[in-house]
Ligand binder design. Structure first.
Ligand code: AMP
Ligand code: GLY
Length: 417
């Protein structure tokens, strides 16, 4: 089998590695990929989605796996172009990927399908937003578009709200778009992933992401500073409630609204005192949740994704480990406001059993690994208990160093004690 994976981050490194570990190892290709990914998957030079799909056609690619969301909604959409070219694609078409790309669309979908979510009002102007907030704090403000994880502000007070609204409506930091003024929910968050194939689904191992840069969940939001994953993360009755009130109605809603879906769907959920509620959908796996979850998935991922892209949910091809997995992110100096590239990385070979996924790295002219982005590496360890996985992941993370390294020491610990 010949598989092309789209994306370049730690999530795609983990996906490529998991696909490579399938019982009949596929020939792997990546776009745009990275120096680390290209050790497992041959990079493809293309200058856009159209030329990439043309390349896939001429190079007899059997399956395209969408790692990163942006390609799903660029131009005609990656999956739409694959469909035209008759290439199975694991990842939804553009119209369905609006669930992630437009917060207003996803809110409408949630409400139409009676899926629990926070109340929200869509606002086109600063004045409308101020009137929707009506002096009630805390409030959550969300830019209605892809904003690389920076488009959401949880505002404790008017000063925070004014700052975000200024960025959106005056500085136009994210381009044109409306803002959702949303009720602020509270409770622990979980990321639940399902592989969806038309009207059937398979729930993968749930995870928790640590979004803030600082220990104790302090400081600004990031793309994710670590994750913990386990079947045991959520009580069975809570998972049953999530399935009944959120996952099943979502799959039924996609069918009812003729939104085709074959791929991973990520449910960002808050476990509020009045039950689980959807915070967001993402039309892909989470990053860094994917790096934590993939080592717990055994079996034939390549066969599973191909069958799924062709319309068959082959749950029998996968097995899920009952244990725990902990992923610690090592980020570069300045992250998340900025990032620094070019710092030499040491200790990569001394991490023992831990898995290392590269997110923002490159090889320098001497062949050494150096930083190349905000989130640099993900260090992942698995064990039967959370405590053992925590100890191993943090010990391995401690073996790696580079100038300006930032990491959290409470990944897998905070929210459990
Ligand atoms: P999102 O990009 O929609 O996942 O939002 C980023 C983060 O903002 C989430 O992971 C939550 O921590 C927080 N958040 C989003 N919506 C809400 C909400 N309605 N109430 C409280 N926190 C929220
Ligand atoms: N870890 C959050 C995300 O992938 O959106």
């Amino acid at each position: 089998m010949r598989i092309l994976v789209v994306g370049k981050g730690g999530r795609e490194h983990a996906l490529v590695r998991a696909l490579a570990e399938s019982p009949e190892p596929p020939a792997l290709f990546c776009f745009p990929g990275s120096d680390a990914i290209s050790e497992l998957a041959e990079p493809v030079a293309a200058d856009g989605v159209e030329s990439l799909v043309a390349w896939m056609k001429t190079h007899a690619i059997d399956l395209c796996v969408a790692g990163e969301e942006s390609y799903l909604v660029k131009g005609e959409g990656l999956a739409n172009l694959c469909a035209k070219a008759d290439i199975p694609c694991w990842g939804p078409p553009k119209e369905s990927a609006q669930l992630e790309a437009s917060k207003e669309f996803s809110k409408g979908f949630l409400l139409r399908n009676a899926i629990p979510t926070a109340r929200a009002t869509a606002c086109a102007t600063l004045a409308e937003a101020c009137s929707a907030i009506a002096g009630q704090y805390p409030v959550v403000l969300k830019f209605d578009g892809l904003a690389a994880g920076k488009g959401v502000a949880v505002c404790p007070d008017a000063a925070a709200a004014d700052e975000f609204l200024d960025e959106v409506f005056t500085q136009r930091r994210f381009g044109d778009g409306r803002v959702l003024v949303e009720e602020c929910l509270s409770g622990p968050e979980v990321s639940v992933f399902a592989a969806i194939v038309d009207d059937s689904y398979l729930i993968f191992t749930p995870a928790r992401d640590y979004k803030r840069i600082g220990e104790g969940d302090r400081g600004p939001n990031t793309g994710g500073m670590g994750a913990v994953a386990s079947r045991q993360l959520i009580a069975p009755e809570t998972l049953a409630q999530i399935e009944a009130e959120i996952i099943r109605p979502t799959v039924a809603g996609l069918r009812r609204e003729t939104l085709p879906y074959r791929g991973f769907l990520y449910f960002g959920i808050m476990l509020t005192p009045s039950g689980p509620q959807v915070i967001e959908y993402n039309c892909r796996f989470g990053d860094p949740e994917c790096q934590a979850v993939m080592p717990l998935v055994h079996g034939d991922l390549a066969g599973f994704c191909l069958a799924g892209a062709q319309g068959q949910l082959r749950a029998d091809l996968l097995e899920f480990d009952e244990g725990w997995s902990v992923c610690v992110i090592l980020a570069s100096a300045g992250y998340p406001a900025t990032s620094r590239s070019g710092d030499l990385i040491s200790g990569l070979e001394s991490c023992g059993e831990a898995r290392i996924y590269h997110a923002g790295t490159r090889r320098n002219s001497a062949g050494q690994w150096e930083t190349n982005g905000g989130r640099v590496l993900a260090v992942v360890a698995g064990a039967a208990t959370r405590e053992a996985a925590v100890e191993q992941a943090h010990a391995a993370a401690g073996c790696i160093d580079f100038s300006g390294l930032q990491r959290r020491h409470d990944i897998g610990i905070l929210h459990f004690t």
